[in-house]
Every structure is written in structure tokens, then in C-alpha cells.
Design a protein around this ligand. Structure first.
Ligand code: EPZ
Length: 424
């Protein structure tokens, strides 16, 4: 175990380069199973979740060669789907549920331990299973294991009762190899859904409409290998934007796609933060300046893309703890995504939670304290709070943060933060 020691009160200054998107990398690595040959995947983030997923695939027989930083050659041809994925392998990696769609699509058989929920909610998989069954698979769940099998998958029209990123992608994976056409209605439109569809199309799949709420997939008998670079991480970029605003500094965030950040840019500008976009030789950047600004309270409601991302609700709340006035934060996606509140209160924040609504009454400042991350984005929120607080904080349980933020201490130190990683 390890923790960060952070001395707050220093404005972040300088520029930071954003890595590949975690929530695109995980399904894309899994989607490579569908190819009958080697794929090269570039711009992978250096995070624990990617390492764990690669380890799981290697245990199943995949050959993975690390070509260079963030670049792998993945050869799925020796994968054995009977090498079921055990609970201890997947319990720390929710995204292992993508193995269901990929293995079912490639081999007509998948056995995956049901990944645990985590501290943001129950994380059901009923829509994933509804989709697999609609494609003709027989799906059973018993003793924490999900087993799916199908003589042959046949395309179907599938309506998602709830907009679900995971279910949208998982069904897309299986449908790529199903006979005929599959239509997914009420599909998720997140940038990483589009990225997975683009990767599959590079492999020879026929997917249209990704990024809208209706996705059409024409199944193919075989898919081939390809080379593909992951899109930049919308949530990592948003986290650094909020950190710049919260510390009253000025940071240029590079290697981003501005349209992916519109909701967070708009919300920061509404609060009185200066946000400017630009590009030099075809590389986009965004500059966020909180210098000499006393942020105004704003209301935040999380929605599926292009709404305000639920993954930035927790970092945004840290920023709002010292904004001028009362902010109302409504978490519409997950039923239990306020576990960071008690930690922020320990730092002097004034927050009231009733159901899915948190009211943040801005205080003059917050103070350093020992604080404990309960999940990945709660951890990001606590890092931001520690950076903006007066005095020293210890941020514990940073294994959660290692899952989704590459080289966090290095990037923050380069921006002038006083942060040290201490092994417990
Ligand atoms: C993905 O989780 C992301 N994880 C999450 O990011 C992100 O918060 C979430 O999408 C929403 O954008 C990965 O991509 C690995 P959902 P996922 O299915 O797919 C309900 C992070 O910090 N639902 O879009 O699990 C569900 O309970 C993580 O990077 C069902 O009811 O989220 C939730 O209320 C945290 N039945 C809503 O849908 C289902 O079968 C949205 O969940 C599936 C989901």
C-alpha cells in the first residue's frame, strides 16, 4: 500500500500531456480477441487496469509483446476460452465484463466471473445479458460466474432500457460476428464507444451510427488484425482542467479532443474560470486559468455523453468546496457516488447529501488532513482537494488512483505541485 503526501496551496502552472483513454483502451484490448490475427494497439495509458487486463489475456493464452511505451502487439490466436476467467482475476477489474462479448463473438462460448460492484453502486449487468440472449446465446449466472454459449449468433434489434456504456460496447463486440444485422437503440454515445467502433471497423467490421443513440452492426464471418491508436482520455483531461481551476493556476492541457470536453469547459466558464482552446501544428490544446478568480458556485447534474460526465462529478465537487455560494450536485448515473463527501468534510468542506443530491456550501478555504480514497474518481477528487487545501494532506488508498491515472505524481510535480508518494 502507498499514500501521497501533498502540501497544498500552490497554483498549478505549466502544461501537461494527456494519455490514452482508459475506458477506450480496456474494451479495445478485449476486442482484439475477435481478430483472427495480431493487432497493434498504440497510445495505451500506463495504468494498472491496462496491466491487469493484459495479464488476464495472457493467462488465457494471448501473446502480448510490449513494442514500446504505450504500444503492444496482441496475438489472440492461441486464446483458450475454456480457460475461464476466475473471480480473483476479474474482481479488481470491472471492465473484464467485455470478455463476455468478445469471447462469445469469437468462440461462441464465454465464461467470466461476475465482476464485483464497487463503491459507486451496484453495477448490474442485466442489459449485457439481455443483449447476449437477444443474439441467441444461452446465458446462465450461478455462483458468481456468467456462462454464455451459442451455436451461432444471429443479429437482433436490442433496446437498452438504460443508457449503458458497458452494455452498448459488449453487445457491439458480440454482434460483430453475428449473422445479419443488429440494431442497438438507446445506445451510449461516449467518445470511447465511438473509439471501440472505429477499432472494430479497422478490423473489417461493419458498424454504423456509433456516437448516436442508434448503432447498426452487420455481422462478419471473419475479422482481421489492424494497427490502431487510442483516443486521448476525456476524463484525465477534465481532471487536470478542474485541478488548474481549483488551485487558481494556469495549465495548458495537450493532446485532447476539444469536443469531448465541452461539458466541463462550459461548467468551468460558468463558474468564472477562463478556458481557451487552440491548436498548434494540428495538436489541440486547452488552457484553463483560475488565476485571480474567485469561482462562483454552479449547479452540476451528471448525464450520459454529451452531458456532464459522472466520472468528473467527484473532482468537480472538490473544486466547488470553496466556490462563492451554494452549488447543487445531482448524480443521475450511479446510486452511490458520494463516498468522497465525508473525506472532503474532514477538510472543512460544508456539504449536505440527500439521496442523489449534494448541496455544497462554499467555505473560505479547506484544510489538509489524512483522507481516504474509496474509488478511482473519489481519489482524483481528494488529490484536487489536497492540492487546493491549506497545509499538508495524506491521501491514502492510492491503489484506486493508480488504476486510471498514469504517472500522476510525475505530471503534477511538473506542474509545480508538492506531492510525494510514500510506501506504507
Ligand atoms: C463505464 O462504466 C465506465 N467504466 C465508468 O467509468 C463510467 O462511470 C460509466 O461507464 C458511465 O459513463 C468503464 O468504461 C470501464 P454504465 P459502466 O453501464 O459501463 C446502469 C471510471 O471511473 N446499468 O454506463 O459500468 C448502471 O447501474 C469508471 O472510469 C444497468 O442498469 O457504466 C448505471 O446506473 C467508473 N444495467 C448506468 O446504467 C446494466 O446492465 C450507467 O452504467 C448496465 C448498467
Amino acid at each position: 500500500m502507498a499514500h501521497y503526501v501533498i502540501n497544498g496551496g500552490k497554483p498549478l502552472e505549466g502544461s501537461v500531456v494527456i494519455g490514452g483513454a482508459k475506458n477506450a483502451a480496456l474494451p479495445i484490448i478485449t476486442a482484439a480477441i475477435l481478430a483472427g490475427e495480431k493487432c497493434r494497439i498504440e497510445n495505451l495509458p500506463e495504468i494498472e487496469d491496462v496491466k491487469i487486463l493484459c495479464m488476464i489475456l495472457e493467462k488465457m493464452g494471448a501473446k502480448i509483446e510490449h513494442v514500446s511505451d504505450g504500444c503492444i502487439d496482441l496475438d489472440p490466436t492461441c486464446i483458450d476460452p475454456d480457460k475461464g476467467v476466475t473471480f480473483d482475476m476479474v474482481s479488481s477489474l470491472r471492465a473484464s465484463y467485455y470478455l463476455l462479448g468478445a469471447l462469445l463473438g469469437r468462440y461462441g462460448y464465454a465464461q467470466v466471473a461476475q465482476p464485483g460492484g464497487c463503491s459507486i453502486g451496484q453495477r448490474p449487468m442485466d442489459l449485457h445479458i439481455k443483449g447476449m440472449r437477444a443474439l441467441g446465446a444461452e446465458v446462465n449466472m450461478s455462483r458468481g460466474k456468467i456462462t454464455a454459449k451459442a451455436e451461432n449468433l444471429v443479429g437482433a434489434d436490442i433496446y437498452l432500457d438504460v443508457v449503458s456504456v458497458g452494455a452498448t460496447i459488449n453487445i457491439m463486440l458480440a454482434a460483430c460476428r453475428a449473422e445479419g444485422q443488429t440494431i442497438i437503440s438507446n445506445a451510449a454515445k461516449e467518445p470511447h464507444v465511438v473509439d471501440v467502433a472505429n477499432f472494430l471497423n479497422m478490423m473489417g467490421a461493419s458498424i454504423k451510427g456509433a456516437g448516436t443513440n442508434v448503432i447498426r452492426i452487420k455481422g462478419k464471418k471473419n475479422l482481421h488484425g489492424c494497427t490502431y491508436a487510442i483516443i486521448p482520455d476525456q476524463i484525465e483531461a477534465g481532471t487536470y482542467m478542474i485541478a488548474a481551476a481549483a488551485t487558481g493556476g494556469e495549465v495548458t492541457i495537450r493532446n485532447i479532443i476539444p469536443t469531448h470536453l465541452e461539458a466541463i469547459s462550459a461548467k468551468l466558464m460558468e463558474s468564472g474560470i477562463r478556458v481557451t482552446e487552440g491548436d498548434d501544428d494540428n495538436e489541440f490544446f486547452i488552457t484553463v486559468s483560475g488565476r485571480n478568480a474567485k469561482p462562483r458556485a454552479v449547479n452540476v447534474r451528471t448525464f450520459p455523453y454529451p452531458g456532464f460526465p459522472t466520472d468528473l462529478q467527484q473532482p468537480m465537487m472538490a473544486f466547488l468546496t470553496t466556490a462563492d455560494g451554494n452549488s447543487v450536485v445531482v448524480e443521475n448515473i450511479f446510486e452511490d457516488r458520494f463516498n468522497h463527501v465525508v473525506e472532503l468534510e474532514r477538510m472543512g468542506a460544508n456539504i449536505t447529501v440527500i439521496g442523489k443530491t449534494a448541496t455544497v456550501s462554499g467555505t473560505e478555504r479547506i484544510y489538509g488532513a489524512p483522507i481516504y480514497a474509496s474509488d478511482l474518481r473519489a481519489g482524483a477528487a481528494l488529490i484536487i482537494a489536497a492540492l487546493m487545501a491549506e497545509g499538508e494532506s495524506e491521501v491514502h488508498n492510492i491503489k484506486f488512483i493508480d488504476r486510471g491515472y498514469e504517472r500522476l505524481a510525475e505530471k503534477l510535480t511538473a506542474l509545480g505541485a508538492d506531492i510525494k508518494r510514500v510506501e506504507d
